[in-house]
Design a protein around this ligand. Structure first.
Ligand code: SF4
Length: 239
């Protein structure tokens, strides 16, 4: 699982210069990365322990087709066990491959905010935080401190109703949980977030209703598929 074309609707590829993590909040309960690690033990000899993969650092330079790349689908880039020097190397690769868009998603908002000013950002590095319930909206305040061109929220798995401050936020992704133990998502929670993005003029992406598997409930909300991307994405592909 070093890199792959992905079934995740809002990205094209994944890049995992680290793998492994540990759980930090209720959104982690049925962590997809952990489940995949357990399913393919030969691919993950270290199990779910945070592991660096320096041999993967150069991969994006070899991918010539411009892509949206989800960084660390199998980990969390701002995990405390990722050395700062290694983080700098990852950022250098991202800056030096401007034909790609990098989508960094974290639940480690404090670590991200602390390190953000020491890292060198370029326009192709987007950063987001997971917000599964109101209790974790403080992650958005940390996100606002990051000097990234695009800041986004991933409200997946959405576990409750959210009242969001969308100032400085460019994109909101919403999705329900999938898997046999999935926790159901109330349609009113989703409609309410959609309404908030319309008022704030923020792009909205509805990934899935969720269910026993990711495609079980489909992606239709109010008779349509919501695939909006941040406005800079359209500038990027029309260059
Ligand atoms: S932060 Fe992400 S990768 Fe880490 S345990 Fe939670 S859901 Fe899994």
């Amino acid at each position: 699982m070093s890199s792959t074309n992905t079934g995740i609707e809002w990205t094209d590829k994944t890049w995992n210069p680290t793998t492994g993590c540990n759980k930090v909040s209720p959104g982690c309960r049925h962590c997809y990365a952990e489940a995949l690690t357990e399913r393919f033990p030969k691919s993950f000899p270290q199990g779910f322990k945070l592991t660096l993969h320096p041999e993967r650092l150069e991969q994006p330079r070899k991918w010539r087709t411009p892509s949206r790349i989800f960084v660390n689908s199998m980990s969390d880039l701002f995990h405390k066990d990722v050395p700062f020097a290694y983080l700098q190397k990852i950022f250098a690769v991202m800056r030096e491959t401007p034909w790609h868009i990098y989508q960094v998603l974290t639940k480690r908002d404090k670590n991200m905010a602390e390190l953000a000013s020491e890292l060198e950002w370029s326009e192709n590095i987007w950063v987001g935080v997971s917000v599964e319930s109101q209790q974790y909206t403080h992650r958005i305040d940390a996100l606002r401190q990051v000097p990234a061109k695009v800041r986004f929220l991933s409200c997946e798995p959405l576990l409750g109703s959210l009242n969001l401050n969308l100032e400085g936020i460019d994109w909101v992704i919403v999705g329900g949980e999938s898997g046999y133990q999935h926790r159901s998502m109330n349609p009113e929670w989703v409609k309410n977030i959609l309404c908030q993005t319309r008022k704030a003029q923020v792009a909205f992406f509805f990934k899935q209703w969720g269910g026993h598997h990711s495609k079980a409930g489909g992606r239709i909300l109010d008779d349509k598929i919501w695939d909006e991307m941040p406005s800079v994405w359209y500038d990027h592909i029309n260059k």
